[in-house]
Design a protein around this ligand. Structure first.
Ligand SMILES: Nc1nc2c(ncn2[C@@H]2O[C@H](COP(=O)(O)OP(=O)(O)OP(=O)(O)O)[C@@H](O)[C@H]2O)c(=O)[nH]1
Ligand SMILES: [Mg+2]
Length: 325
């Protein structure tokens, strides 16, 4: 594979080259990893930055519908939009973005849009790196907006938030008692809560839910990266394409403020540090499962079991002899 050529084509936004580059970063093969690293290192020089928007919501809340109509709103403005997904549960069927590519029919045919199905991986750490690198590729290819979708299960929201400039939480209209259903930790990372399906019979309930969440957001601790009025909740209808322009306006207002006040750069720097540390942690963990560390671990564990050494002493030996190089 010619990395220099791939690099040039990605920079020129050649979609097939971009797809190939993403396949490369998704590969687990050692030689592919090396090529992917080289490609990413070269592309780092492009200096291009997209607005990375993380989007989370439970199954059925309308993520796909929203991405399609919101994506179309953006492409109609001449913006180039890429859609990626973090989907940690390989067990999940039907709702995956892969199946969605047919559902997001209009957007996937739009020349200004690029939709990439989520890599089929069970390990969240692996998915995180691949998605993060795919985001970097889309950025280098000159996309203005990169949407990163995840289903609201477990920690995937946090992973997506750590690679986004903005984090959107999509909710469905509900009775007030369901407010507790959204974990506090998720509320705390949301920049904008969108209560979807604010149309027809559901409109009143959506407005009530929105008011409930507005109240709940006001009770959260003030974050330095927010101007007055953020984080905020608002209603949209992805199906009827209502409120999309308004929500885009809010996203821009928030982004502009953060850029002007240094929070954009600070957040990106913090994220770069976070992912560096995370990679080191993951790399160390991986080495525990390789020879000779694996065998040493087993043998020392037996020594600890039969009392011939202490856990502390054995751990020290393990770290110094087998993981220090
Ligand atoms: N009334 C109404 N229905 C909507 C709206 N948005 C989505 N829906 C419907 O809600 C259902 C689920 O929508 P999807 O967009 O597939 O939801 P999703 O969050 O992508 O679901 P998963 O991919 O399974 O996680 C579909 O029947 C949509 O037509 C909306 O704004 N209003
Ligand atoms: Mg979907």
């Amino acid at each position: 594979m010619d990395i220099a050529q791939l690099h040039d084509k990605v920079l020129k936004q050649d979609r097939r080259a971009l797809a190939r580059a993403i396949t490369l970063v998704e590969s687990g093969r050692a030689d592919h990893r090396a090529l992917a690293s080289e490609l990413l290192e070269r592309l780092r020089g492009s200096g291009r930055q997209a607005l990375r928007i993380g989007l989370s919501g439970t199954p059925g809340v309308g993520k796909s519908t929203f991405i399609e109509s919101f994506g179309m709103t953006l492409t109609a403005k001449g913006l180039k939009v890429a859609v990626l997904a973090v989907d940690p549960s390989s067990a999940r069927s039907g709702g995956s973005i892969l199946g969605d590519k047919t559902r997001m029919e209009r957007l996937s045919r739009d020349p200004n849009a690029f939709i990439r199905p989520s890599p089929s991986q069970t390990h969240l750490g692996g998915v995180a790196r691949r998605t993060r690198e795919a985001v970097a590729l889309c950025e280098a290819a000159g996309f203005d907006v990169v949407l990163i979708e995840t289903v609201g299960v477990g920690q995937s929201e946090t992973v997506v938030a750590e690679m986004s400039d903005l984090f959107l939480l999509l909710l469905a209209p509900a009775g007030g008692d369901e407010l507790q259903g959204v974990k506090r930790g998720i509320m705390e990372i949301a920049d904008i809560i969108l209560v979807n399906k604010a149309d027809g019979d559901l409109k009143t309930a959506a407005m009530r839910t929105c008011a409930d969440y507005s109240g709940a957001l006001r009770l959260l601790r003030k974050r330095p990266q927010d101007p007055q009025g953020f984080p905020k909740a608002m209603t949209v209808s992805a199906l009827q394409e209502d409120g999309l322009e308004t929500s885009w306006g809010e996203m821009q207002a928030l982004t502009d403020w953060r850029r002007e006040n240094g929070h954009w750069d600070m957040r990106r720097a913090g994220q770069a540090r976070f992912w560096f540390e995370e990679e080191v942690r993951q790399g160390l963990l991986a080495r525990l499962h390789q020879s000779p560390a694996r065998e040493a671990m087993e043998s020392l564990a037996r020594d600890v079991e039969n009392g011939s050494t202490t856990p502390g002493k054995a751990a020290q030996r393990m770290l110094e002899e087998y993981l220090s190089r």
